[in-house]
Ligand binder design. Structure first.
Ligand code: PLP
Length: 477
């Protein structure tokens, strides 16, 4: 092969195809509303359309758009459809997609400050902005004892919180010698499964995770939490970690942070607060009461990749004492030594997360916040909440239905009065129609439908139409 021969895409080719791809995305945003929300393909349908072996010689990507339409699109469940109401949203937006593209174009790996100072400093800055815009505790600011970092997911944030708590509780002995089976952690029956996964990964053991009962609103009972912690301590265990949730996944229950925080302070236990989706609501001052007591937390996370118009992945994680986190996760091998780290005064975010490498996620979040401004973000979050509350009122007025949980923000949980089977038939029929997508859960041991209003392009008319379809389907379920 000649020295000059190269297989890379030329800049002209990249520019031409790149423009087509951006055009395709813009067109997709315009027509996604008319596509069936839930993909209807059967297992294996997509793979059957793909070449069985990789190409020996490179191919032109001139057919990319055609293949995207023919092969990929049928297998897409359209999370960006304004009729997507299932799970929690994973919403995106124009500025976010452009930020992601720029991040890929720059292709930096920001493991250390020195490997791309802007990657670290922009991240620190944006996380400080969020503290201000969401009224979060001052201890989370980078200029204090704590600070924030972007993780891939809330699951990773929870794992990091567990690791920091574990090391604090054992004065570093767990990292040095492993766990001794005495540490105990606490969640409610409604906490996300990522806490148990983190507890397993951290070597604590699922059996050491205590499940605290909830009240009628599905919120953790602080009195029972304290009783359990005291009983464990009396039995020779070391309680070390509590996870409270602002907006549980099933029913959007709100754990009482202030009381739980006071228990954790009294009992000297690390408190992590998981507000994966509901956290975005703190942009609106009128919803900050839900976060009262957050100043007692040791760590906190919420996902802009759920409900802040920022595409997956982007999970913001703050700690009140960064030394605890860095102490748990930092190892300095010879090949990473550099003057900036050794002189101090810089943050090396590799010490704030499990992987070494990290991408430039702050860029998309920065563009989202700059594009919308606080005003724009508040406007759209408030609309989502208002429409969810309207839907709640319509459900209340229709005697065929019952609400199954309070609706503090934008998730409405309800069911058709009657057996679980009828409700399953109802949701299956609605989802099969392609006109909308809902998900289900169990609340008080009965099947419940969940409708979450949080997609970027959802308008009131989409919620109105969803309710009409639900009512019509109920007539024949
Ligand atoms: N915590 C809560 C309350 C969630 O609802 C979710 C996901 O929906 C998670 C944690 C996990 O989020 P992630 O996918 O970012 O790990």
């Amino acid at each position: 092969m000649s020295e000059e021969k190269a297989f890379h895409m030329s800049r002209d080719e990249f520019r031409e195809l790149g423009h087509k791809v951006v055009d395709w995305i813009a067109d997709y945003q315009g027509r996604v509303e008319d596509l069936p929300v839930l993909s209807g393909v059967a297992p294996g349908d997509i793979r059957r359309l793909l070449s069985p072996s990789p190409p020996q010689q490179g191919e032109s990507l001139g057919q990319l758009i055609e293949e995207l339409e023919r092969v990929v699109l049928p297998g897409i469940t359209h999370w960006q459809s304004p009729n997507f109401f299932a799970y929690f949203p994973a919403n995106t937006s124009g500025p976010s997609v452009l930020g992601e593209l720029l991040s890929a174009g720059l292709g930096v790996q920001g493991m250390l400050w020195v490997t791309s100072p802007a990657c670290t400093e922009l991240e620190t800055h944006v996380l400080d902005w969020l503290v201000e815009m969401m009224g979060l505790p001052d201890a989370f600011l980078s200029g204090s004892s704590g600070g924030g970092v972007i993780q891939d997911t809330a699951s990773s944030a929870i794992l990091c919180a567990i690791l920091a708590a574990r090391e604090r509780a054992t004065a570093g002995a767990s990292n040095a010698k492993g766990c001794d089976g005495r540490l105990t952690a606490y969640v409610s029956s409604e906490s996300h499964s990522s806490v148990e996964k983190g507890i397993r990964i951290a070597g604590i053991g699922s059996q050491q995770l205590r499940t605290v009962a909830v009240d009628d609103t599905m919120a953790m009972r602080p009195d029972l939490l304290e009783d359990q912690i005291e009983a464990d301590r009396a039995a020779g265990y070391t309680p070390f970690f509590v996870c409270a949730t602002v907006g549980t996944t099933s029913s959007h229950a709100m754990d009482p942070l202030l009381e739980i925080g006071e228990v954790c302070k009294r009992q000297e236990v690390w408190l992590h607060v998981d507000a994966a989706m509901a956290g975005s609501a703190a942009v609106c001052p009128e919803h900050r009461l839900l976060f009262e007591g957050l100043e007692l937390a040791d760590s906190y996370c919420f996902n802009p990749h759920k409900w802040l118009f920022t595409n997956f992945d982007c999970s913001c994680f703050w700690v009140a004492d960064r030394a605890a986190l860095i102490g748990a996760l930092s190892i300095m091998p010879e090949f990473l030594r550099n003057q900036a780290s050794e002189a101090g005064g810089v943050l090396d975010y590799r010490d704030w997360q499990v992987p070494l490498g990290r991408r430039f996620r702050a860029l998309k979040l920065w563009l989202v916040i700059r594009h919308y401004g606080i005003e724009g973000l508040r406007h759209h979050l408030r609309q989502h909440i208002t429409w969810a509350q309207e839907l709640r009122a319509w459900i209340e007025e229709d005697e065929r239905f019952e609400l199954t949980a309070p609706t503090p923000l934008n998730l409405v949980c309800f069911r058709l009065c009657g057996a679980d089977e009828i409700n399953q038939r109802l949701v299956d029929e609605l989802n099969r129609s392609g006109a909308l997508y809902l998900s289900t859960t169990r609340i008080h041991d009965r099947l419940s439908l969940r409708l979450c209003v949080g997609q970027t392009h959802t308008e009131r008319r989409h919620v109105v139409s969803a309710w009409s379809r639900i009512q019509a389907a109920a007539a024949t379920a």
